[in-house]
Design a protein around this ligand. Structure first.
Ligand SMILES: [Zn+2]
Length: 493
């Protein structure tokens, strides 16, 4: 009998030795806040004094060149940051789209941004985080107020351009500290993109907005310090793209080459999506192919592979890419911007800033280059979440981390659809516990052995917020702001 109990004790010790690291990892996970200042070009930090950005570089890491994804527009790149996928794979291929399968059009300024079908070719990290049993919070990140695969962030605010940055910060910090504390937060701010478009990145007026953003980053740092989160949280500050200067002398007018009657104009300059009318493909393509030396015209199938921008029905049959600094319009009646982005993602002017600090990151380290798709596996590693299939590489960015990642077991995420393999695993696990642990506890109780360390075995965290109670609220509107701010929004009660 004694031999039997010893064998069982030995087996149980092995079992717990395997199990406990998995369980304790639930509580070891680092917290992570991802911040995007829209259109913050990589070199803005050296153009005017930006003490808060530089403090983060000294306390953490900086990446000099972040190759973002093509096309270098706002929605494709924000979705890349939280999915690790190129645009052709996550499906948000532009700010303006047409889906021939859905036979619907999409504009980032329209109500269709709330139609989840535009987002559901991929799953963003806040959804995966929640399916792994943890919580997330989102302040205005593109797509975060949409029920993607039926899941909202645990806490979020519906998009409202008039909400001040400081209020967005206060909300996120309250979510990190609350009773249902979040593990992963995302924060979005519209500048310096808007000013960059209006005045152009070379304008001295940009200096003011860059300094203002540095003050906003200072506000975030201060609030994190006051709340006691500063040294516990991993903070990543980046952007979706850069910005380049335009000129009224660099305008390409398509009306000079092809009739508007022959095609539908889907996405705007500098990478224009052209949908030829039925039977007009060759006529449109031939008219444009060699029309102007300052643009490149691609048939969809001929788009270079290195753009990763081909294999999606939402990419139009003809793509026209302007050379840097050039603007494509139908004619000069269209409004003109002094700055723009969207160009070739290999241009340095299109690249965003990247700084990060926190317990997972090295101190005072500068990395030469990374790809924005690599951020997703890095964030999954920090959060301890199993990444979904993606285009990124953790190995490419592991030098940013204090510890070189080693393959570690992670708790499996719950599949979206019922899975027999998962159910079988659950059944076998339960059988193991019932058949093994229960008799052992009996033995322990009977023999009054010292109690086992059960304190960190609590794994019954909610997997998904089933009760997404919603209430209709009205967001006050200021005139002249984004169309998105003038709406009724569904929001968590
Ligand atoms: Zn923009």
């Amino acid at each position: 009998m004694r031999v039997f109990v010893m064998k069982r004790t030995c087996l149980l010790s092995c079992f717990l030795a395997l199990l406990l690291p998995l369980l304790s990892r639930q509580e070891e996970h680092s917290k992570l806040l991802l911040v995007s200042f829209d259109g913050f070009r990589w070199d803005y930090v050296d153009r005017v004094p930006t003490p808060n950005f530089h403090a983060l570089m000294e306390e953490g890491v900086q990446v000099e060149k972040v190759e973002n994804t093509y096309i270098t527009k706002t929605l494709p790149n924000h979705y890349t940051l939280v999915t690790g996928l190129h645009a052709e794979s996550h499906g948000v291929v532009a700010n303006e789209m047409y889906d021939p399968v859905l036979n619907r059009s999409f504009s980032m300024e329209g109500p269709e941004v709330y139609d989840s079908r535009w987002w559901e070719e991929a799953v963003p990290l806040w959804v995966t985080t929640q399916k792994a049993g943890r919580r997330s919070g989102a302040a205005m990140w593109p797509g975060s107020d949409v029920a993607i695969r039926g899941v909202y962030p645990t806490h979020y605010v519906p998009y409202n351009a008039s909400m001040p940055f400081e209020m967005r910060v206060e909300k996120l910090i309250s979510w990190f500290l609350g009773t249902e504390a979040i593990d992963f937060g995302v924060l979005y701010w519209e500048e310096p993109d808007e000013t960059g478009h209006n005045v152009g990145p070379e304008s001295p007026l940009m200096d003011v907005v860059i300094e203002d953003i540095d003050r906003k980053l200072g506000f975030l740092r201060e609030k994190l310090k006051i709340s006691g989160l500063y040294d516990k949280i991993n903070l990543i500050v980046t952007s979706d793209h850069g910005m380049t200067q335009l000129s009224r002398n660099k305008i390409i007018e398509l009306d000079a080459y092809v009739s508007q009657d022959l095609y539908t104009w889907i996405d705007k300059s500098p990478v224009v999506g052209i949908l030829p009318k039925e039977g007009k493909f060759e006529e449109v393509y031939n008219s444009l192919e060699n029309a102007n030396p300052n643009m490149v015209v691609y048939k969809k199938e001929d788009i270079p592979d290195y753009f990763h921008y081909k294999h999606n029905a939402r990419i139009m049959p003809i793509i026209i890419e302007a050379k840097e600094g050039w603007t494509i319009v139908k004619n000069r009646t269209e409004p003109f911007m002094m700055g723009n982005h969207g160009y070739d993602n290999h241009l340095h002017s299109m690249h965003p800033v990247f700084v990060a600090r926190g317990p997972s990151f090295r101190t005072g380290y500068t990395k030469t280059a990374m790809r924005s798709v690599d951020l997703y596996p890095l964030m999954c590693y920090i959060l301890g979440v199993q990444p979904l299939p993606n285009n990124g590489s953790l190995a490419s960015v592991q030098d940013l981390l204090v510890e070189k990642p080693t393959p570690r077991p992670t708790l499996p995420s719950v599949p979206n659809e019922p899975s027999y393999a998962w159910a079988l695993g659950l059944f076998l696990g339960a059988a193991l516990v019932v058949g093994f642990l229960v008799p052992f506890v009996k033995q322990v109780t009977q023999r009054q052995l010292p109690p086992l360390p059960l304190s960190n075995q609590e794994i019954s965290q909610p997997l998904l917020q089933e009760d997404h109670k919603v209430a209709l609220i009205h967001v006050p509107v200021k005139h002249g702001l984004s169309a998105k701010s003038n709406q009724y929004y569904w929001c968590h009660a």
